[in-house]
Write a protein of this length. Structure first.
Length: 276
């Protein structure tokens, strides 16, 4: 990565850190959040300043790391941003909604870090792998899929997840990124239900939400096609979404009645006992 060691970057969002990892630019990270360190374990946290995330950012702790560039994502702390920019430090604020937005963000970060060519390669690889899944599933029966990023209230996953679900052969139910009621989801009768709660990893209590939301009569619950996909695979707008796509494909196309779900990293199916 050209000149990356000369650049000092503070990452307030895991997606930016994941992107830098894919660009081969972790050496330029001087500060990041604890969530970045969890998602990118190869970071040498002993040499880093651990700072608050975009929403709770504190300018003093960020500036203490002497960054040349701060990368954050909405919603971010406006007062902290003002202090950072007043100090003459460049600020890059990300607000992706679609896969195309994510490609643009990768290109911007790569450009800032002097790695535009590597960034183009990362984007091309993502696009190629997504297209491969689209082609592999285009002749299979499409399934009604509900995917949520939060449980209380229920919030449908973001638009980029809807795009991935459609690429994997699903018809996404609900409006991406918007609140929806449990009754409305039951009315739509999803054939596949996926929970990827922000910050929950793979620990979503699938049986509990099916019981409490009265979803036992949905096609998905009757066929045991209720799944948890690890948070970082769907909610981090970065190249790791490709792994989330593979998990979506496995969930959507698992044989419904009595068959085992394919073993796929990041994908956990509901167990029969947990539905009781």
């Amino acid at each position: 990565m050209p000149d990356s060691r000369a650049l000092r970057i503070a990452c307030l969002q895991p997606s930016a850190t994941v992107i830098l990892a894919n660009l081969g630019g972790l050496d330029c990270v001087v500060a990041c959040t604890k969530y970045c360190a969890e998602v990118v374990p190869e970071l040498d946290t002993a040499k880093l300043t651990i700072v608050a995330d975009s929403w709770t950012a504190k300018a003093t702790e960020i500036l203490a790391a002497k960054p040349d560039l701060v990368i954050a994502s909405v919603p971010y702390q406006e007062a902290a941003v003002a202090e950072i920019m007043k100090a003459g430090v460049r600020f890059l604020g990300l607000a992706p909604h679609t896969l195309n937005d994510i490609y643009v963000d990768i290109a911007m970060i790569a450009g800032c870090a002097g790695a535009s060519e590597r960034g183009a390669e990362v984007i091309s690889r993502m696009q190629r792998e997504i297209e491969e899944v689209r082609l592999a599933t285009k002749n299979r029966p499409r399934r009604r899929v509900f995917c949520e990023e939060w449980g209380k209230p229920i919030i449908a996953s973001q638009r980029w997840v809807a795009e991935l679900a459609m690429a994997a052969g699903g018809d996404f139910l609900g409006e991406p990124g918007k609140q929806i009621s449990a009754d409305e989801i039951a009315r739509l009768d999803p054939e596949v239900i996926i929970a990827a709660w922000c910050g929950a990893g793979d620990r979503v209590p699938l049986g509990k939400i099916v019981r409490e939301r009265r979803w036992s009569d949905t096609t998905a619950a009757r066929n045991s096609q209720v799944y948890c996909i690890s948070d970082e695979l769907l909610n981090t707008p970065a190249p790791t979404l490709v792994a989330g796509l593979r998990a979506l494909k496995a969930a959507i196309h698992a044989v419904a009645e009595g068959a085992n779900t394919p073993v796929t990293p990041g994908l956990r199916p509901i167990t029969p006992d947990s539905k009781r």
